[in-house]
Design a protein around this ligand. Sequence first.
Ligand code: VGL
Ligand code: ZN
Length: 213
Amino acid sequence: MKQRALLLVDLQNDFCAGGALAVAEGDSTVEVANTLIRWCAARGEPVVATQDWHPANHGSFASQHAVPPFSQGELDGLAQTFWPDHCVQHSEGAELHPLLETSGIDFIVHKGENPAIDSYSAFFDNGQRQQTALDGWLKAQQVNELIVLGLATDYCVKFTVLDALKLGYQVNVITDGCRGVNIQPGDSTSAFMAMSAAGATLYTLADWVETQA
Ligand code: VGL
Ligand code: ZN
């Protein structure tokens, strides 16, 4: 018996137009998300959203190390891209996009709260040291299949999908509901290929709606 949930990754102001870490066309994912929120509501399938939720002194912020944003370095022994300050807890930039139909969201997961380590995946931090509440919540609802979309394709979507597959979920990625940072051109394409190679199935929204019962 398959029990699905929709997982919306980091649909936050800071990843959208005008935000601190704006992703090209980030806002365009919200309409796809809203369509799927309604689609899931009509089927009684739960909807989960994640929020990148950093303290103001988070170690992934370039400002904490006096290095340029988007430079590479190390944080707590792990390779780290240093980011502009973004998604600071309780800031407007950390809020979910104002057009997202949040009344349809059943559970919210915060990640990246520990200043010493980054957390791209919605399930684990980047060192796989600590788990969020997400897997427990999904298992409690008997969820074994996920529909995933969000921001950013090449970071939080990718690592969330790879961890979900490792945890045994069947994973469907809605590609037109995702946009990437693309520090290197093609990073988003590579991320979709990595997700697919690891076992995720990629759909456009139109394909998903057409092929699923
Ligand atoms: C993300 C970079 C830094 C993401 C979060 O949501 O993909 N990317 N923090
Ligand atoms: Zn972050």
